[in-house]
Design a protein around this ligand. Structure first.
Ligand SMILES: Cc1cc2nc3c(=O)[nH]c(=O)nc-3n(C[C@H](O)[C@H](O)[C@H](O)COP(=O)(O)OP(=O)(O)OC[C@H]3O[C@@H](n4cnc5c(N)ncnc54)[C@H](O)[C@@H]3O)c2cc1C
Ligand SMILES: *[C@@H]1O[C@H](CO)[C@@H](O)[C@H](O)[C@H]1NC(C)=O
Ligand SMILES: *[C@@H]1O[C@H](CO)[C@@H](O)[C@H](O)[C@H]1NC(C)=O
Ligand SMILES: CC(=O)N[C@H]1CO[C@H](CO)[C@@H](O)[C@@H]1O
Length: 428
């Protein structure tokens, strides 16, 4: 091999959904490259609720040979119910049962941790892929020959890579190292006005096979969902367009102060009714407690030289879009494909990745007008209107709501006519 054709060395920061999926595709399309996946947490991260596989992500996972593994792990959820104040009256949206016209509940709905594990299991034992936990990057510097010098926080020795990928989630540290905090000093984060805490709780008889959504005034939401493991996943959220309401929780989040975070939720949910007391009690015991801000990441550019961002780090569409996991998977596939096509000009590969993926991401980031506020009313009147609307919407004629959404929002649509190339194994 000529010296200029040394095998590529690639560093991926983050072992969530995007990172392992990228490792898979790079390994498949570039049979010589060496891949290191770094994860800041000491063990793979669990927690969170279900994520959806929809549209063009489905054929990609199918080409990975992993669709059956996903099918085996799908949550047992049969649809969505809106629960009214009496706790008895409900309006129901069943899952559509058709992957070409998916309802609000996707046919491939899987716990985030199960999906991450499927991708990790498919890559962890491959040679040329090394996972390293409890480690992160502390500095990144471009060299004159378009490589990247990296130093690490814990035990790894400084090293040089051909490509560095930040797949380290919405609060990406790689992004900050390369692009700073952004022109508005907001870390490129567009806040949508919701903070939610997610955790697993023991199942009780009141939990059904449906996701149950309970509204309360002042934008408070309790959502309980079956998880396929005999337990229930709680999603407890506060929504407001007045961002000052979140000052305290935001600070507690930045400080990693779980106790202060819990106290904030307890205060917000006092007297809310339905299952909220049970949730507050279980929240404090939960081992998989996970707090998130609902937000989007918007950037003008996703790469600089031979460093690139992927998944939530680059273009988080937010969990309420329903396409966070899907756009991480699609992005991983496109990035691997473009790198395989332009292995000896990485900056060019990264330009092509961005050009190919942008139009999709722009659609994925389109939310319903007014989301999430419209579904989390502040006033009794708003709550009443919302409940009336969801009552009407669940009548037979509106059961195809997923199909309708599919026509307006391409990210929710069918799996055919993918705009992405069929990348083939590349010659090196
Ligand atoms: C614990 C958890 C629970 C979630 N639950 C939900 C959910 O219920 N519903 C939903 O829609 N979305 C959820 N998400 C977000 C969802 O996974 C993403 O929107 C989507 O799948 C895109 O994945 P990603 O790989 O880009 O980012 P993520 O899935 O966020 O993965 C990023 C990974 O990078 C790691 N990391 C962070 N910083 C560093 C660093 N400096 N160096 C190395 N590694 C780092 C993180 O620990 C994480 O493993 C959750 C994310 C996490 C981490
Ligand atoms: C990058 O690292 C190499 C090897 O350690 C070193 O020789 C080189 O000077 C470094 N380049 C920069 C720009 O730091
Ligand atoms: C916004 O929220 C803050 C903190 O809860 C509150 O003090 C303030 O009155 C609110 N502003 C409006 C316009 O509702
Ligand atoms: C129709 C209905 O049950 N709406 C409820 C939504 O939540 C508020 C606050 O708990 C109740 O007062 C409403 O009755």
């Amino acid at each position: 091999m000529a010296p200029e054709h040394q095998p590529l060395t690639i560093l991926i920061c983050g072992s969530g959904i995007a990172g392992p999926c990228l490792a898979f595709w790079l390994h498949k399309l570039i049979p010589t490259c060496h891949i290191t996946v770094l994860e800041r947490s000491p063990t793979p991260r669990h927690g969170g609720q279900a994520v959806d596989l929809r549209s063009f992500a489905v054929p990609i996972v199918s080409r990975m040979g992993l669709l059956d593994s996903v099918r085996d792990k799908t949550t047992t959820e049969e649809g969505l119910q809106f629960v009214y104040a009496d706790g008895v009256t409900k309006s129901t949206f069943p899952a559509s049962g058709n992957i070409e016209a998916q309802s609000v509940t996707s046919e491939f709905e899987i716990l985030r941790s199960d999906l991450a594990k499927i991708f990790m299991d498919a890559t962890q034992s491959l040679d040329r892929i090394t996972y390293i936990f409890d480690e992160m990057v502390s500095s990144i510097e471009e060299t004159t020959d378009r490589k990247v010098n990296v130093t690490f926080s814990n035990r790894l020795a400084p090293a040089t890579y051909d490509l560095v990928v930040g797949a380290d989630g919405m609060m990406s540290r790689t992004r900050r190292l390369i692009f700073g905090r952004g022109p508005n000093n907001d870390e490129y984060i567009r806040r949508l006005g919701q903070y939610s805490v997610l955790f697993t709780i023991p199942r009780t008889e009141t939990d059904t096979k449906f996701a149950q959504w309970y509204n309360a005034t002042r934008g408070r939401l309790v959502l309980l969902r079956p998880d396929g493991y005999g337990t229930t996943r709680a999603y407890v959220a506060v929504t407001d367009s007045n961002m000052s309401r979140f000052d305290e929780i935001d600070e507690a989040m930045r400080n990693g102060d779980r106790k202060a975070q819990e106290q904030w939720f307890e205060r917000e949910f006092e007297g809310v009714g339905w299952q909220s007391e049970r949730c507050m009690r279980e929240m404090k015991k939960a081992e998989d407690y996970y707090l998130q801000q609902i937000a989007q990441v918007k950037m003008e550019k996703w790469s600089k030289g031979s460093v690139v961002l992927l998944g939530d780090a680059a273009y988080c569409p937010s969990p309420i879009s329903g396409v966070g996991a899907g756009s991480a998977i699609i992005g991983a596939y496109v990035l691997a494909g473009e790198v395989s096509r332009s292995q000896h000009d990485i900056p060019n590969a990264l330009e092509q990745y961005e050009k190919t993926l942008r139009p999709y991401v722009e659609k994925a980031q389109r939310l319903f007008p007014g989301a999430p506020q419209v579904a989390n009313p502040q006033t009794e009147w708003g709550v009443w209107t919302f409940n009336k609307l969801t009552g009407i919407a669940s009548s037979a004629i509106m059961k195809q709501v997923g199909g309708m959404i599919g026509r307006y929002l391409p990210a929710y649509g069918g799996t055919a006519n993918s705009p992405f190339p069929d990348y083939e194994v590349a010659a090196t």
